[in-house]
Design a protein around this ligand. Sequence first.
Ligand SMILES: [Fe+2]
Length: 208
Amino acid sequence: MLTQPTSHLVSPAAGTLENAGRTYRKKLSDLVGLYADEAAFDAAAALDGDRIVYQVQDRAPAQSKGDLIFGITQMQPGRIGDEYFLTRGHIHATGNRPEIYYGEAGQGLMLMESPEGETRIIEIQPRVMCYVPPFWIHRAINVGQDALVMTFMYPSDSGQDYGVIAQTSGMRSHIVENAGHWKEIPNAAYRPRTAAQIQAIYDSGDSQ
Ligand SMILES: [Fe+2]
């Protein structure tokens, strides 16, 4: 049976996708452990832990290999200490699956880290398409004053592995505000992956 074609109006201002299948939201209190300034996080969470910091709407027509999952994410602006609001971040569980992000509203960054611990940053603004290649850990960061809205798509059989970031006590870099602009600084707690951990990531890709 053929899947039927569908149409989905994107609303950059509202950060919504028409006819999305699922919506999920992350509260500030869900993001414990991600920020460098734990005292600032605890204070913010105590005051406003139920605040929604990002929302994702997506549509997954089928789980079959070769299909796509696509959707929209809306991230609120803000900081914990001097560190901008961010998404939890992940690598695809099937590691050789890529992803596309497309800027709809606001100003953001895609922070990426290779298994060996190199970082790359792509600046995202409306009409900028960002390609996240296979095997790169990725996290979005809102460095603007307004909501950051991006549409995205990735292969249906990608999966998400969040533990890859906990493995190294966070991503290698933090993105902080400095004199009105963003700045990349090292994560002092970062522990590089062992050769075995790096190999396990590459082994998670299915054969080409
Ligand atoms: Fe992803």
